[in-house]
Design a protein. Structure first.
Length: 158
């Protein structure tokens, strides 16, 4: 499988009006096999990004949680979320400073586009591809060996 040579990160969308749906989508990507979940609510978020990360920590189990806080967070809060996440929380600045090079890719239009994006990223030396949350991405994660055109999987965002 081509995408096996790079890790898959899913950039969660802005938090919608219904936080439960956002958390359910994150849990679905985690269960589907995403290696990381990126949380970036922008420079002036309506929500407390650290509180969102804490909520994600308790509804997900395996994916690394990459957090882009709008300002330097309180270390005690980061440590607490790190405990809740069982060590899966990473601040984006620390992640970027490591050798975990990543590239952003668009939502794939199909299996061939997905495999091409992953192959291109791996050949460029990226260890991660980060893709926006989308039902097509969830389908690819859940069904890596079935390149059929399936519309039966839906995320709360649409």
């Amino acid at each position: 499988m081509v995408e096996g040579s790079v890790k898959i990160g899913v950039r969660l969308g802005r938090v919608p009006d219904e936080i439960g749906e956002w958390l359910a989508d994150a849990a679905a990507f985690d269960a589907g096999g995403a290696d990381g979940l990126w949380v970036d609510c922008g420079p002036e978020p309506d929500w407390d990004v650290l509180a969102l990360a804490a909520a994600l920590a308790v509804v997900t189990f395996r994916a690394r949680l990459v957090l882009v806080p709008p300002e330097a967070p309180d270390q005690r809060t980061v440590d607490t979320i790190g405990l809740l996440s069982r060590g899966r929380l990473v601040l984006a600045a620390d992640f970027h400073a490591s050798d975990e090079h990543w590239v952003n890719v668009p939502v794939p239009l199909g299996w061939a586009a997905w495999r091409a994006a992953c192959t291109e990223a791996a050949e460029a030396g990226a260890r991660w591809v980060v893709v926006p949350a989308d039902p097509r991405v969830l389908d690819i994660l859940r069904n890596p060996d079935d390149p059929g055109d399936r519309h039966d999987l839906q995320l709360a965002q649409g």
